[in-house]
Design a protein around this ligand. Structure first.
Ligand code: HEC
Ligand code: HEC
Length: 325
């Protein structure tokens, strides 16, 4: 009897202790009760350790376009010449022209709109701070973080000099680096295009089942060939309604082969080829596109290999191809 009571009491206390412990831990861990500093306090979870100021400083080395983050110091471009020749020229060339296939650091002005733009510090980079930051954190390639701040100022000034942005006696310092005007800065702008071009529908919306998601390769793969001189690309206005509807399908599922003519596919721009192919009639072309076709030049897979396309979509794509040729 006595024993039983003892046991019961014991149980009661044990339960009470467990309950108190639970309340305590949930309380101390609940996000609401955490002070902001505690949230990052590793001791709470007994893992890791708090980074010291010195350790943080070792990682916190970024330099911003306004010069924020630059350490005190300065040097002239001339002072950078010898350092550059010793530590950088073996890869980047004495004039920043790039040895072999190592990156080019200077030149390339006015090349950005060309077929093969030459993007260098001078022709492309918008801010001088990037140059300082990049050299400081990553160069020389085989010994990053080995340069003193003054050496980084000297070499940065020299690379700017190679790009004809500063004179050889220009003293680049932490207080004037942000004011160095880079030639291409104006061509950078905040891209404020919305993530989606669609407007949100709030009422009388389309049936989701009818909505078709298409993607386009246009603008991602460089054009293989420019339109021949004097030939103006077809605009939407000159296309039939079916062709306009087929354009997206063409670009997502047919473009890959028919734009460049790979694997024996007739090029969309090869008018003579299409004039011959259409002789037996448009219907036959459509059937070949839907069912697939193996003629004299290669294999046209059914629906271009995209069997999720409806017959109508493929038909419209053929209209587009015929009209856009
Ligand atoms: C052993 C070869 C080598 C040496 C030496 C070297 N670099 Fe580089 N550098 C590279 C490579 C490789 C890259 C490209 C790295 C990447 O894209 O990840 C590069 C990139 C750069 C870039 C960026 C170029 C761009 O347009 O993206 C700059 C600026 C640069 N280096 C400056 C220097 C400076 C200054 C020195 C001397 C202190 C130096 N490099 C020494 C190999 C080298
Ligand atoms: C994987 C490559 C490839 C893709 C993708 C592709 N085609 Fe083709 N297509 C071909 C080849 C190759 C031929 C030429 C076959 C021959 O004549 O031997 C061809 C021929 C054609 C022809 C001409 C048929 C004829 O009778 O001469 C049409 C029309 C056509 N494709 C439409 C399309 C449409 C529409 C799409 C997209 C839905 C598409 N193709 C996607 C490779 C492709």
């Amino acid at each position: 009897m006595m024993n039983k009571l003892n046991n019961k009491l014991h149980m009661k206390y044990t339960l009470l202790i467990v309950a108190v412990l639970c309340a305590y831990t949930t309380n101390s861990l609940s996000a609401n009760n955490l002070k902001k500093s505690d949230k990052y306090n590793s001791k709470l979870f007994n893992i890791g350790k708090t980074a010291s100021k010195q350790e943080i400083a070792g990682w916190d080395i970024d330099v911003r376009p306004d010069g924020h983050g630059l350490p005190e110091g300065g040097a002239t471009a001339s002072e950078g010449e010898e350092l550059y020749d010793e530590k950088c020229a073996s890869c980047h060339g004495s004039f920043g022209e790039g040895q072999g296939r190592w990156p080019i650091l200077a030149g390339g002005e006015d090349s950005l709109t060309e077929e093969r733009p030459e993007k260098t510090v001078g022709s492309f980079w918008p801010y001088a701070s990037t140059l300082w930051d990049y050299i400081n954190r990553a160069m020389p390639y085989t010994a990053p973080k080995s340069l003193t701040p003054d050496e980084v100022y000297a070499i940065s000034a020299y690379v700017l000099y190679l790009n004809e942005i500063v004179e050889d006696d220009f003293v680049l310092t932490d207080s004037n680096l942000a004011s160095v005007k880079m030639p291409n800065e104006e061509n950078f702008y905040i891209d404020d295009r919305p993530d989606s071009t669609n407007t949100r529908c709030m009422k009388n919306c389309k049936n989701p089942a009818d909505i078709e998601v298409v993607q386009s390769l246009a603008g991602i793969t460089p054009d293989q060939e420019k339109a021949p001189a004097g030939k103006v690309p077809k605009t939407a206005a000159s296309l039939s309604k079916l062709a306009i509807q087929g354009k997206a399908t063409y670009q997502s599922s047919c473009f890959v082969c028919h734009d460049s003519g790979i694997a024996g596919a007739p090029k969309i721009s090869d008018k003579d080829d299409w004039d011959k192919r259409i002789e037996p009639g448009l219907d036959q072309l459509v059937i070949h596109a839907i069912k697939g076709y193996s003629g004299n030049t290669g294999i046209m897979p059914p629906k271009g290999g995209n069997l999720s396309l409806s017959d109508e979509q493929v038909t419209n794509a053929v209209h587009y191809m015929i009209e856009a040729k």
